[in-house]
Design a binder for this molecule. Structure first.
Ligand SMILES: [Fe+2]
Length: 331
């Protein structure tokens, strides 16, 4: 998923949590899915829908306990071709009221970095990736992180491309996801991808309905897992029910190499006007560019350093509103 701020301050919380009884996380990929993992869209199965961590009561406790600056409430319009995201404040709104508002209204709650604040989610995410690494030949995640995403019936996530590779573990409700080809300039121009990988721009992309002729579309229900190649643009539309999902990101040697090369190309484009540089992620050229970029950064020579993304809330979550939110300055 896409977060409004990649720079949110992390506030640790001392937790004393009882282990939750539940089934061990399991992941099941077909032979074809194993072969296509990270290079094509993939649909597979898991069993998180049986895990009590995703029950209403557990979600309420999570919302009450999690640092609020790491939870984003985001509303949207109705047209997937017109991005109208707005951030809603939710300080002082209880976890129970947040869950009720998202169930009745039309927005999504992105509970980010759950692996950093709750050892149960950290363990769950680590075990899911251990299962994947055992199953998928050559898959070696070096670092992982995750968010719990709770979203209203009929909520949409506009077309966007995340910087790291990610996996959507769908737990409750039903949704449709459209996944478009990665590294294809019809959907994501090279310069925009360079900016996304450098952390210098938001991840949202212009969308046209005719893109869908090139999409892989899955309808996801509880226990479905979808993943796609790094940076493949994707968008989501919930069906009629409240949706709960675990969204994870992972970093591999390959995904980090791509981020370094595209960030170096962005630096060379901005600093020296060099465009259409090779996007090869390996080899001497890649090594030379990334070493030069690293040295320039150390010397403070980056012409256009990435800037933190800032969103300002203009709404406030309210369980009494039919949309789940009210205008912040009228409330
Ligand atoms: Fe995403």
């Amino acid at each position: 998923m896409s977060n409004p701020s990649a720079q949110a301050a992390f506030a640790g919380t001392d937790l004393v949590l009882e282990p939750v009884e539940g089934s061990s996380p399991a992941v099941e990929l077909s032979q074809d899915a194993r072969a296509a993992f990270s290079t094509e869209p993939v649909l597979a199965r898991h069993n998180l829908q049986e895990n009590p961590l995703f029950s209403d009561q557990s979600l309420i406790e999570l919302l009450d306990r999690h640092p609020r600056e790491l939870i984003y409430a985001i509303t949207m319009g109705g047209d997937p071709a017109r991005e109208e995201n707005r951030l809603a404040a939710h300080d002082g709104v209880s976890g129970r009221d947040l869950l009720e508002a998202v169930r009745r209204g039309r927005f999504w709650l992105n509970v980010t970095r759950v692996n950093r604040t709750d050892p149960r989610f950290r363990d769950l995410i680590e075990r899911l990736y251990q299962e994947l690494a055992k199953t998928v030949p050559g898959f070696k995640p070096q670092k992982t992180q995750g968010s719990v995403v709770i979203s209203s019936p009929h909520a949409i996530v506009y077309l966007h491309a995340d910087a790291p590779p990610n996996i959507l573990w769908h737990v409750r409700g039903r949704k449709k996801i459209w996944i478009y080809p990665a590294l294809d300039e019809r959907f994501l121009p090279r310069m925009d991808l360079e900016d996304i990988l450098a952390g210098a721009r938001h991840e949202y992309l212009p969308y046209r309905p005719d893109f869908d002729a090139h999409a892989t579309c899955y309808e996801l229900g509880p226990g479905d897992m979808a993943t796609w190649p790094q940076n493949a643009p994707h968008r989501v539309t919930n069906l009629e029910s409240l949706n709960v999902a675990l969204s994870t990101e992972h970093f591999t040697a390959q995904s980090r190499a791509r981020a370094r090369v595209y960030s170096a190309n962005r630096f060379l484009r901005n600093r020296f006007g060099l465009s259409r540089l090779s996007s090869r992620e390996r080899g001497l050229g890649a090594l030379a560019k990334t070493a030069l970029h690293r040295a320039a950064r150390r010397l403070g020579l980056e012409a256009d350093p990435p800037v933190p993304k800032q969103w300002v809330p203009t709404l406030r979550v309210s369980r009494d509103s039919p949309t789940g939110v009210v205008e912040l300055f009228l409330s």
